[in-house]
Design a protein around this ligand. Structure first.
Ligand code: ZN
Length: 89
């Protein structure tokens, strides 16, 4: 399993967590009325789900695969944007 594939797997988990979080907020909103607790729970859920993202660092230069410059993106880089290392080999 390469770093890139692990990172892609994490990206899919994040998409699933995002869908669950949205459904949670929308569902609670619909059945119980507007709730900021549901919203807070969704944010916490996403933060916890996203924590492993910090482990996907380039073995050569340490740059995170989810960063494009200073921006964090949902999909990981296959090639390190700083040193050009192939994260899928
Ligand atoms: Zn690198």
């Amino acid at each position: 399993m390469t770093l890139f594939r692990n990172a892609v797997r994490h990206a899919w988990r994040m998409i699933a967590a995002l869908v669950i979080a949205v459904l949670l907020v929308v569902g609670v909103d619909r059945f119980y009325g507007h709730s900021s607790i549901a919203f807070a729970a969704a944010i916490v859920l996403l933060l916890i789900a996203n924590a492993p993202m910090l482990r996907f660092n380039c073995p050569q230069c340490g740059k995170n695969a989810f960063f494009r410059g200073i921006l964090v993106v949902l999909w990981p880089n296959r090639i390190c944007t700083r040193c050009g290392y192939d994260l899928d080999k």
